[in-house]
Design a protein around this ligand. Sequence first.
Ligand code: ZN
Length: 395
Amino acid sequence: MSRDARTVGAPSSSVLDEPATGAAPITREELHQLARHRAATPTTSCYLDVDGRHLIRPQDLTRSVDGVLRRARARAGGDPSRLEDLDRIDAYLHSGFDRTGVRGLAIFANEAAGLWKVVPLPCSVPNHVSVGESPLLGPLEVALADHEPIGVLLVDKARLRMLVFSWGELREQEELAGDLLANDFDVSNSRDEAHLDGRANELHDRQVRLAARAAFEVQARSGFRRLVIGGPDHLVADVERNLHPYLRKIYHGRIDLGPGAGHDELRRAVDVAEAEIARALQAAAVDRLRDVAGRPDGRSGVAGLGPVLHALATHRVDRLLVSSGYEAAGWRCPACATLAECGPTCPGCGQTMRPVEDVVSEAVDAAAAERAHIDVCVGNADLDVLGRIGALLRY
Ligand SMILES: [Zn+2]
């Protein structure tokens, strides 16, 4: 019996000849091309949250997008080139683009210089519009770096499947199906029950080892950063115990599916797991904020609008946490771009600041421009208690 004929991890199917994970929304070459773009006319970089999980109805999306574009137009100062680019972005967004699998958009526009690039992202990004001589790639790079592919291990006593969910795509990595164990387990050869039990245990243990090894080898190959496992409880419990320590660290939990699961139910289960993972990461960041924001040195984190704006002005924000829907009037200095809760004298340069209708969105813009990680938290009561906005600091 050639029971090890199909070794887990050996490239036994054509699937493995393809890239191990789904394609990123933008290629390295395209990113470099954008980074090299320079023109005499200003380039508009527009990041938009189009996530259907909280912008459910088309009118929710329209309201959100219109607010972003209205603020961008107000800041364009009548520059025809900037207004033309905003008009084109506006037209694109109102043309009813396909939101399937898309939670964020990055749009780079400079009509006069022939630049128009839309990058649909399967992850949400905070709303942000900036204008400069070159495209603003920081938020896109942060989104690419923050992307967490999820490994999905499905196991029962006879089958083993390993998939990776990445950039909105679910890809099969390994499949050991069929009579893997049944071949070995020829009941007719033995009537000795103790012997049969022994064989069953042996096969169970072997399946546990194969499953743990498949997860380890696919992780090494594909680099998934979270793991979920589905299968019968007693088997999954033993697989969990046999995971490599690194996999145990990135293990998220169980899903209620086995190796026979269809593509659509797998997609739904992974979507749920992905949302749970994102919420857990946000909750951990808010916990950390709560721990450090009260410290007297104010060095590792700050909470509340005033302290956050001050931290932004001194370029110390590493991670900005803001409650979804939080808006507040404030001030912005036309000379040095400092944001403040109270005006009109700029705390940075002493000039007279101008009032802005929503200094929170200005703060998100400023943080995005500095490549800070930005978490827009939905329904996080702990963050609300801390003043609906906070920041973990670089130093
Ligand atoms: Zn100033």
